[in-house]
Ligand binder design. Structure first.
Ligand SMILES: [Zn+2]
Length: 256
């Protein structure tokens, strides 16, 4: 049986830190949690990440979100999971599906399974379940497959933030999410052993391509070798959108 393609989207990155508070940055927490989810599902699902380090597809926020969705759409992913940390005076966990998602839909069914697992992990640490919500969020609107956005606690609330600084807690959040995904896609039991979260192995490139990518990075056309790898590892050529972004960046460099 073909493994489901699950795209994990660590929110924010590069020049966009996301929410900041309590000495924490959202973009770092989302990458940690998403990387751990990916590690726990390795071999069980075809897990792809929209970023594997502190980068993004574009410095412009709306172009970046669009590119994250295009990445999943091009892969014809079975599911899109966007990982975020909340801010703005609350506490606990909440999940989002796109506005107007029908109660009996697959999107809602998948979300319900994952929400139950993750909210239970929060409850174990005494943090509340803020509920199953919906919203007109870009990554939910522009993805062609069922999608969910998860808000793992509040970065600016002391109770949440002290837990978000705790590696064991982050591991619990990742494990509960991986268990939810495994249940939703009938993948079997997830390894729950603690995880030191290594970034995913980068694909092998021939020396020439590696050198070319390193040059693009050195000259600031791409923000990291991973930016290129993220776009290219589908075994497909980059589409017009990515090509346009790269040419624009090269033009910016030549001009300035
Ligand atoms: Zn966010």
């Amino acid at each position: 049986m073909k493994k489901p393609v699950i795209v994990l989207d660590p929110g924010h990155g590069m020049n966009d830190p996301g929410a900041i508070g309590s000495g924490l940055m959202e973009k770092e927490l989302t990458l940690k949690i998403a990387s751990r989810i990916a590690n726990k599902l390795r071999g069980m699902a075809d897990v792809r990440m929209t970023r594997t380090d502190d980068t993004a597809f574009d410095t412009d926020k709306s172009s970046d979100l669009k590119a994250r969705c295009a990445f999943a759409n091009r892969l014809q992913a079975d599911y899109f999971v966007s990982v975020h940390i909340n801010a703005g005076g609350g506490t606990g966990f909440e999940s989002y599906v796109y506005s107007g998602t029908a109660a009996g839909s697959r999107t809602e069914a998948l979300r319900s399974v994952i929400h139950a697992k993750v909210s239970a992990a929060f409850a174990k640490y005494g943090l509340e379940d803020r509920g199953r919500k919906s919203g007109d969020l870009a990554v939910l609107r522009q993805t062609a497959m069922p999608a969910v956005l998860l808000e793992y606690g509040f970065i600016d609330r002391a109770a949440d933030a002290s837990l978000l600084k705790n590696e064991a807690f982050l591991d619990q959040l990742a494990a509960s999410t991986a268990e939810g995904l495994a249940e939703a896609f009938a993948l079997g039991p997830v390894s729950v052993s603690p995880d030191k979260s290594q970034p995913q192995a980068q694909p092998d490139f021939s020396k020439g391509v590696e050198a070319a990518i390193a040059k693009l990075h050195e000259h600031g056309v791409i923000d990291s070798p991973a930016y290129w790898n993220n776009v290219m590892t589908n075994g497909q050529t980059p589409d017009a959108e990515y090509t346009a972004v790269l040419i624009r960046r090269m033009a910016d460099k030549l001009r300035g």
